[in-house]
Design a protein around this ligand. Structure first.
Ligand code: CA
Length: 224
């Protein structure tokens, strides 16, 4: 899961980045609304954490803009403004949840997890396709009830495809997921990982389809 954290309080941003990274999220931080827009155009994220009091713009204004552009990502608002009107306005403008500062990191994390479940995995902690099962809480993938042994990168590729099962995942999205897992990628690296994962999951009634020019799509295939 890739989070865009838009927060100008450095101490809070550091704390959040640390906690969320330890829980397996990849966090990209920025203190500026304008830069956040730039990042959103350049990269794919799974979730946004948005502070309302930003130095260069009102967070609500940014929220309005993102929803007007039909950005489909779940957005969690963070704010020191605890008045009811701002809270209602945030939700009305398209925020999915709201936390008022100060808050417990543990609560924020639980709420983020709930958001991820609502948006990407129905109401369950698991995503099941064919005979594969992903536990979104700990990123573990099982096949036929047994842990599927994969390298960290193979596992990252499969996870991103499972989370968006039956939808096309762009090569860029996979590349981002992989580059956040370590060093730079060779040109054909994605094809190599897809090839390995494809062979690995073949026995479990799922397949990875190549959608030419767009990316890859994981779907179940009928049992033979
Ligand atoms: Ca602020």
């Amino acid at each position: 899961m890739k989070i865009l954290l838009i927060e100008d309080d450095e101490v809070l941003a550091d704390g959040l980045t640390h906690t969320l990274s330890a829980s397996g999220y990849t966090v990209t931080g920025t203190t500026s609304g304008a830069y956040a827009e730039h990042l959103l155009q350049a990269q794919d994220f799974d979730l946004i954490i948005l502070d309302l009091g930003l130095p260069d713009m009102d967070g609500l204004q940014l929220l309005r803009k993102l929803r007007a552009q039909k950005l489909p990502l779940p957005i969690m608002i963070l704010t020191a403004r605890d008045d009811m009107n701002t809270r209602i306005e945030g939700i009305r403008e398209g925020a999915d949840d709201y936390m008022t500062k100060p808050f417990e990191l543990g609560e924020l994390e639980a709420r983020l997890q709930a958001l991820v479940r609502r948006c990407y995995g129905g109401f369950s902690n698991t995503i099941e396709i064919g005979r594969l099962l992903l536990d979104t809480r700990n990123h573990q993938i099982k096949a036929n009830g047994q842990f599927l042994s994969l390298s960290a990168r193979e596992s990252a590729v499969l996870e991103v495809l499972l989370i968006q099962a039956n939808k096309v995942v762009s090569k860029d999205r996979i590349a981002q997921r992989l580059s956040s897992a370590g060093d730079a990628l060779a040109d054909n690296a994605i094809e190599v990982y897809i090839h390995r994962v494809r062979k690995r999951i073949e026995p479990y009634d799922v397949e990875i389809r190549t959608v030419r020019g767009l990316g890859y799509l994981l779907e179940s295939k009928p049992h033979e």
